[in-house]
Design a binder for this molecule. Structure first.
Ligand SMILES: [Zn+2]
Length: 356
């Protein structure tokens, strides 16, 4: 269980991604009433550039701005600076980059990214980290990892000077796809005695089994009594595997992005809704799902909306996919609580994954 200024979050948890202070396609009412999401993720890089953290602060902080009474986690912006911005220059001071929106130059430092997240009023903040692409040489990964550790120390130094910040600050384990560097990074960050720890720099193009190996290398070194958060994963069938490796928190754009592209996750595998076989299919997307979409609409109707390019398709599909993820996490928490997790994991591992 995570305690935040905006409510408790049961773990292990999957966090819907609300990049621009909105989970694409669904309303905050859907997220609370139908999906019962306890926490969402918002994006520092995007909100810093537009509409600006000072504007959000003036309007009462991110919770009020987006009318979200529950917990918010913000990333530091590191990942987006390295994946979206142009002409970035990394020094020990921080990273100077050009906005992908208008080309203006900005500087993120370990202290400034903490200040931006505090202005947003985030419940869980992340330290600035240096993400590298895949593949990367050992030397490049080592350099970025060491800088990430120095930045994490600077972020904490700044954060701890602030009088009683309400939230929590997590440092991020880096080290590319080199297990030894990941372990070294985790060991150094533990000295910060943080409230929780994140593992970043995954889902950058590496094969999926590699992400899992890297998480396996880092998690045992992070304190068991603090939340461990793997950033940017995963597929529905991977969630229980990460949990089995000690992961408490995850986030990913997959359920919402795939929904908009017409790919729906179900208890029987994936459905690609545009396929002709769903044209006259009166069944719900997933008979085992109790979401608003499955309670009310047929595959045939959803296929029609998709083919017609109707906005409602994105909403109904996103509600369903997020519900699929959040229900899976509820099931995982239930099995852990009643002590049947390893038996349950064996049973889901033997289920064939249907890829279409
Ligand atoms: Zn559903």
């Amino acid at each position: 269980m995570l305690h935040t200024p905006h409510g408790d979050v049961e773990t292990p948890v999957f966090m819907p991604v609300g990049t621009q202070a909105t989970v694409k396609g669904v309303t905050q009412r859907d997220l609370i009433q139908d999906l019962d999401a306890a926490i969402v993720l918002a994006n520092t890089y995007h909100l810093f550039l537009r509409p600006g953290h000072e504007l959000i602060r003036q309007l009462g902080g991110l919770h009020r701005f987006m009318s979200w009474p529950r917990a918010i986690l913000t990333d530091s912006g590191g990942f987006q600076v390295f994946s979206l911005s142009h002409l970035r220059k990394v020094t020990d001071e921080g990273v100077r980059f050009q906005s992908h929106l208008d080309g203006d130059t900005h500087l993120f430092t370990p202290a400034s990214t903490v200040d931006v997240q505090l202005a947003l009023g985030s419940d869980i903040l992340m330290t600035l980290d240096e993400c590298i692409g895949y593949p990367a040489t050992y030397e490049a990964a080592r350099e970025a990892m060491e800088r990430t550790v120095r930045w994490a120390r600077a972020s904490f130094e700044h954060y701890r000077q602030i009088e009683q910040p309400a939230g929590a600050l997590f440092p991020i384990v880096q080290g590319g796809m080199h297990a030894g560097l990941r372990a070294a990074c985790a060991a150094k960050l533990v000295a910060l005695d943080a409230d929780g720890y994140a593992i970043g720099g995954l889902s950058v193009g590496e094969p999926r089994p590699v992400s899992m190996e890297i998480v396996e290398a880092a998690t045992p070194l992070l304190p068991r009594d603090r939340p461990r958060y793997v950033m940017g994963v995963g597929l529905p069938e991977e969630l229980p595997e990460y949990v089995a490796r000690g992961v408490d928190m995850m986030d990913c754009v997959l359920p919402s992005r795939n929904a908009r592209n017409g790919c729906l996750f179900t208890s029987q595998g994936r459905i690609v809704i545009k396929q002709a076989r769903y044209k006259d299919d009166a069944a719900p997307v997933d008979a085992a799902c109790g979401c608003y979409t499955c309670r009310n609409f047929s595959r045939a109707y959803l296929r029609h909306l998709f083919q017609a390019g109707e906005i409602l398709f994105a909403t109904l599909a996103t509600i369903h996919n997020l519900k699929h993820y959040l229900d899976r996490m509820r099931q995982i928490r239930h099995c852990i609580m009643i002590g049947t997790y390893s038996e349950w994991l064996d049973s889901v591992r033997s289920e064939p994954v249907q890829l279409e």
